[in-house]
Write a protein that binds this ligand. Sequence first.
Ligand code: PGA
Length: 230
Amino acid sequence: MSAKLIAGNWKMFKGPSETLAFFDRFEAPDGVDVVLCPPYVSLEAAVGEEWPIYAQNVHWAAEGAFTGEVSAAMLVELGVQGTLVGHSERRQFFGETDETVKQRAEAALDAGLAVIACVGETEAERESGETDAVLRRQVATLPRHDELVIAYEPVWAIGTGRTATPKLAQEAHALIKSCHPTRVLYGGSVKPENAEELLSQPDIDGALVGGASLDPYSFSTICRTAASLS
Ligand code: PGA
């Protein structure tokens, strides 16, 4: 079996000094692929460390009048190896659409960055039986590329403490892989206590971890669990 990929999404937490303090305490064994996604201002502090560092977003243009945005070339110059795109918080609060997510993913891949593209249904979409259609639509717009990984993050499970059951997550992962064969990570309230049962599912190839990646000990524990299952 190939190694699981565990990615930590710090969201808008940890400036450069907290970033360095995290790496003083974080450890991961062999047998797991680890990625950390700090905020833009902490990328430079993080790239000197042992693990691949990804941004949390990237713009599709090489440069231009796009206040507040960062290009793929700028990330590459800094030593960043990849980026998230399409996180549900970007879709919900910052107007990201399937089309902008696709453009961001393509620009990142063209520049040589790896991509973790996030998809997932809202609670209302799940309750009205639209989960499959939403996932198919979101996945269909993503470019096919060896360096693109998908993260399935049901919006109702993010930051809420409500995790998808392993069975429900497995079903969604199988659907996503039938549309787009690639590694698929699960995200949404992953923590040391539930990592093993989620990561044991046959189509769950890793995890995108928010809250529990902020604490170096919790994140180390999740990485150890993943290594033990590889
Ligand atoms: P959470 O966040 O682990 O805090 O639920 C996951 C994510 O949004 O990537």
